[in-house]
Design a protein around this ligand. Structure first.
Ligand SMILES: NC(=O)c1ccc[n+]([C@@H]2O[C@H](COP(=O)([O-])OP(=O)(O)OC[C@H]3O[C@@H](n4cnc5c(N)ncnc54)[C@H](O)[C@@H]3O)[C@@H](O)[C@H]2O)c1
Length: 346
């Protein structure tokens, strides 16, 4: 009897997409009994120093635009055609900035085998005043997938992972069989994976931590020190948990003790762009959009946006008072509340 091997496709090729392509390419080679050798990676085609980026990646085995200096395994093939990338794939890894998810799913509709095992590495949520949408669920719904989409999230700064510095990550997956396959695809001695059965909690942690990071940055800007920041991290973690458990069924307490929970929160509140820009906001008083232009090359800050969306959602549910830290972040950023509001009403 021949056992069908898994064919893996990666959708996305930015900083994180490239770091995980290195891991996946290597793991696929380590487990030839489970995976087919080639790994196709969809690369949004762009010009790199006068050449198509896919050509540069395939010739140099490096993505010099998004992960310079890191060699990608030979079996990772950069592919500009999204549909071709996913052709015949039995496992798909979604790792792209969240604003591109809908467009990609629209292009893929009807082109992906509905029984594909998919995992989302995307950090972010789509929050409307009356509804929170997880990207894993959005991907599953739009592509009519028969298995629930898993989620991977953790304290994982791409450059550090690519340099093989030890860290942990969490995979949330409701199927034990698929969870085992994803573990084989991602786990290395330096990238330790714990698989849990709570994909919703994993994904919510990855998005909500950015609001807490804004609070941590404001605290740093005020020069409040480490005790205050630790308190904000703890209170923030409690609000993340309360939000997840209030609005989603099945989210488990233990998820918040995983890498996707407390560890990612610590990393984000220690470094990270949300903390950094919020610190500058507190120190200079410049509007966030000006700081975004000055500090982030025009990229949007996730934490402030999520704070506004969470606020609208909580207002709709008349629950802002139950989340004093989330509320304070919103009021300081969007309503010009005094900076020390961040600690005053907790
Ligand atoms: N970078 C990290 O350290 C890190 C760590 C963990 C999770 N994440 C999450 O992983 C996801 C992907 O992040 P990243 O760091 O790989 O990406 P990135 O921020 O480096 O984004 C650039 C990517 O977007 C692509 N792109 C640009 N325009 C596009 C378009 N019109 N359509 C489709 N794609 C387009 C680019 O080709 C490139 O692949 C995000 O949700 C992020 O929050 C990132």
């Amino acid at each position: 009897m021949t056992i069908q091997k898994e064919r893996v496709g990666i959708i996305g090729s930015g900083n994180w997409g490239s770091a995980v392509a290195k891991i996946i390419g290597e793991n696929v080679q380590k487990h030839p009994e489970t995976f087919e050798y080639p790994v196709r990676q969809w690369v949004f085609e762009e010009d790199y120093k006068g050449q198509p980026l896919t050509k540069v990646i395939n010739e140099s085995h490096e993505n010099p635009k998004y992960l310079p200096g890191i060699r990608l395994p030979n079996n990772v093939q950069a592919e500009p055609d999204l549909i071709k990338t996913c052709e015949d794939c039995t496992m798909l890894v979604f790792v792209l900035p969240h604003q591109f998810v809908r467009g990609v799913c629209d292009d893929l509709q009807g082109k992906v085998n509905p029984s594909v095992k998919a995992i989302s590495l995307i950090k972010g949520l789509e929050i409307k005043p009356d509804q929170v949408t997880l990207f894993s669920q959005e991907i599953g719904r739009r592509l009519h997938l028969t298995h629930p989409v898993a989620a991977l999230s953790g304290a994982n700064i791409a450059d550090e992972v690519a340099k093989e510095r030890f860290c942990e990550s969490t995979i949330g997956c409701t199927s034990a069989q698929a969870g085992e396959l994803f573990h084989r695809l991602f786990a290395t001695p330096y990238f330790r994976i714990n698989v849990i059965g709570d994909p919703v909690g994993v994904e919510l942690c990855g998005a909500l931590k950015n609001v807490v990071a804004v609070a941590a940055g404001i605290s740093d800007g005020l020069g409040y020190g480490d005790n205050t920041k630790a308190a904000l991290i703890r209170i923030g973690l409690m609000e993340m948990r309360k939000f997840a458990k209030s609005f989603f069924g099945g989210v488990e307490d233990v998820t918040f003790f995983e890498s996707c929970g407390v560890a990612d929160l610590i990393t984000t509140c220690a470094g990270g762009r949300n903390r950094r820009v919020a610190e500058a906001f507190a120190k200079t008083g410049k509007p966030i959009d000006v700081l975004e232009k000055e500090m982030l090359n025009g990229q949007k800050l996730q934490g402030t946006l999520t704070a506004m969306e969470v606020h609208q959602f909580l207002t709709h549910h008349q629950m802002t008072k139950a989340f004093p830290l989330f509320d304070a972040v919103y009021r300081v950023i969007y309503e010009k509340a005094p900076l020390d509001t961040i600690v005053r009403n907790l």
